[in-house]
Design a protein around this ligand. Sequence first.
Ligand code: IDP
Ligand code: MG
Length: 156
Amino acid sequence: METTLIILKPDAVQRGLIGAITARFEQKGLQVVGMKLTKIADALAAEHYKDHASKPFYAGLVRFMTSEPVVVLALRGVGAIAVCRNLMGATFGSKAAAGTIRGDFGISNSFNLVHGSDSPEAATRELALFFGSGEVLSYTRAADAWVYDTSGGKVE
Ligand code: IDP
Ligand code: MG
């Protein structure tokens, strides 16, 4: 099981797409183990996107991400990091495949609705930035008995 950080960006919140986008992840079988509405402070956005600090789009990205509230999600599942990246689609909405979140809901390069951690190291780092201790929960969902096949003694 992996846990990954997803951010529903300000454009997703402003466009009323919190439910529709969260539904994509839930329908896939991912478990919501953390969730909150928050406004990202400048320092947190800078830390989160520090690898992009030298990029030409960095200043605009930080301005965008701190402009209005976002929803941060911790999602858990088998291979959750890659599964979520695949559900999100390519970075630019105009290039993202139909059927993906970015491909279905957006067309912009920068206003692309969702962030998702891109590696286990990034997920660990980013989850710690956005969730305090006790804010990511472990619990059993009734539906998991039908999301995963555990009849052979392991999760498949
Ligand atoms: P990712 O979100 O698909 O992982 P990254 O390359 O990590 O994409 O870029 C982080 C975010 O920066 C993107 O999601 C997008 O909002 C923004 N961004 C990336 N490249 C550009 C660009 O060329 N122009 C404008 N914004 C960009
Ligand atoms: Mg990235």
